[in-house]
Design a protein around this ligand. Structure first.
Ligand code: ADP
Ligand code: 5SP
Length: 497
């Protein structure tokens, strides 16, 4: 039986998901790596760590699956979006990658919008936000001119891994869309944007479809891992686009809630015509001609991680979240906003910070944990509401993916807050599954991503909304939406201290 490998280069770890031709999981492996925060609001990673993690995952799969080295035919990627990797003329990494959740570029975003805002929105379908790649490029131009002078190539994380595997540099349209350098409808690097911001087109890689082949595994690596057949490498896609195909979101009827380090509420779009005026992101999909819209909570799983590491460092997630169902919706009057690293949707604000509102002497750590789960979910609800209001969408069913889908009580909270049926994937890893699907399509196992989804995507457990909880959350969500306005000035003042 032939295999495909989907590699998800996430923010907290690199995960490999090995599937057979029927889309059945053969094995999986994972390796964590650290985030580097040199200053408040800065978030970086060493690209060398991604390579080490990938080597670890390949070694582990080889050790665990007897015919891995003889049966693997193709590899593709799902990658954290927007994060900038810069290389010199010898293709060496010049500095740590500046990540999607780094918010140092508020000044550059303002300058971009003042000079070029409307045209940028018309060309790229998005406005300048701190997380996107273009402001990071401008930040390097302004603050590290000695680095900028040496830059000759710019890649996104999964494309750097692809370069390591093949020796060729490519970027697929779904990830290119998150750079703010792509003309979304023409599917080419925008000359107007590049000229406006003095970015040489030669620094950018060749654009390619997500299931396009970028090369073969380099002979040194094939020998190192003992692969006997030629292993073909396919471009892959942005992690949220991959999660969407892995979740079977290949048409407009179903939404996706992804809770990884970030949180994403996502919907399929047939065209780039839906005008969200930059309030939501609109990106090219991994499916030929398709698009998707989404809103992003910067610290979704990251908020829960922070809470666990700070207040219950010796507990596992399972221990911390045990007994959540014993606490009523609303955590007995405790509200949490997950703005601990600033926010993106619906409040573009790098200086806002999180809060717990309504602390009471009777609250225990379990109330706080429930409030964190609820606050993260409310924040994703904000994007759902935008899609419903602006585009008239209505979601009866939502596929929940990412680490947040592991906890049954959180799935019930999602069903009740979104007021929709929640379902999860058999495969657990949405982005890795999507990446493996792109390799399967690239290898010609299926004619289209949709045909592959019919075979590879399987769901488990439907969680239905409970009417009395839905009613309770309607009231609490209305209060939640007021916390941003009520705490904004305070947070901005505190940020000056
Ligand atoms: N058992 C669990 N229950 C609830 N949440 C979990 C659990 N395990 C992990 N998580 C959450 O999932 C997040 C990681 O999700 P993942 O999809 O792996 O992220 P990424 O792709 O960003 O690396 C963690 O930050 C954590 O908050
Ligand atoms: O910035 C975005 C999307 O615009 C993030 O969703 C990143 O793509 C990182 O994803 P995770 O590692 O949290 O899955």
């Amino acid at each position: 039986m032939a295999y495909v490998l989907g590699i998800d280069l996430g923010t907290s770890s690199l995960k490999g998901l090995l599937l057979d031709e029927q889309g059945k999981t053969v094995s999986s492996a994972q390796k964590e790596y650290p985030l580097i925060h040199p200053k408040s609001g800065y978030s970086e990673q060493d690209p060398g760590q991604w390579i080490l993690a990938c080597e670890y995952v390949l070694d582990k799969l080889k050790a665990e699956v007897a015919d891995f080295a003889t049966q693997l035919e193709g590899i593709s990627f799902s990658g954290q979006m927007h994060s900038l990797v810069v290389l010199d003329e010898e293709n060496n990494v010049l500095r740590n990658a500046i990540l999607w959740n780094d918010v140092r570029t508020t000044k550059q975003c303002k300058a971009i919008m003042d000079a070029f805002g409307e045209e940028l929105l018309a060309i790229t379908k998005n406005i300048a936000l701190e997380g996107f790649t273009l402001p990071k490029i401008l930040w390097i131009q302004e603050n590290e001119p000695e680095i900028w002078d040496k830059v000759r190539h710019m890649l996104l994380p999964k494309d750097y891994l692809g370069y390591w595997m093949t020796g060729t540099m490519h970027m697929d349209y779904s990830d290119a869309a998150g750079t703010l350098l792509l003309d979304a409808e023409k599917k080419e690097w925008s000359k107007a944007v590049l000229e406006e911001f003095r970015i040489p087109a030669a620094y950018l890689p060749e654009l390619i479809g997500s299931s396009g082949m970028t090369g073969k595994l380099r002979p040194e690596l094939a020998n190192r891992f003992g692969f006997e057949k030629e292993v073909k490498i396919f471009a892959g896609g942005a992690d949220n686009a991959c999660a969407a195909i892995g979740a079977g979101i290949v048409n407009a009827e179903t939404g996706m809630a992804s809770i990884g380090t970030s949180g994403v509420f996502l919907a399929f779009e047939d065209s780039a015509e839906q005008d969200y005026q930059g309030k939501l992101h609109l990106f090219n999909h991994t499916i030929e001609g398709g698009y998707y819209s989404m809103g992003v909570t910067l610290a979704a799983g990251h908020s829960l991680n922070w809470f666990k590491e700070t207040f219950a460092p010796d507990s596992t997630f399972e221990e911390l979240l045990e007994g959540m169902d014993a606490i009523k919706p609303g955590a007995d009057g405790l509200l949490f906003t997950p703005y601990i690293v600033g926010e993106r949707t619906p409040h573009v604000d790098s200086k806002i910070r999180g809060s717990f509102i309504g602390m009471d002497t009777n609250h225990t750590i379990k109330h706080f944990a429930r409030a964190v789960l609820e606050g993260i979910t409310f924040s994703l609800k904000d994007s759902q509401v935008l899609m419903e209001k602006v585009a008239g969408k209505s979601f009866k069913r939502i596929v929940s993916v990412g680490g947040g889908a592991k906890n049954p009580d959180w799935l019930q909270i999602q069903a009740d807050v979104f007021d929709a049926e929640i379902t999860c994937l058999e495969a657990e890893q949405g982005p890795g599954l999507g990446a493996a699907m792109l390799a399967a399509v690239g290898l010609g196992w299926f004619p289209t991503v949709t045909a592959c989804a019919d075979v590879f995507v399987a769901y488990k457990d439907v969680v239905r909304p409970i009417p009395k909880n839905v009613a309770a959350y309607k009231k609490i969500y209305a209060l939640y939406t007021q916390v941003y306005g009520a705490t904004k000035e305070l947070c901005h003042e505190l940020a000056k201290e």
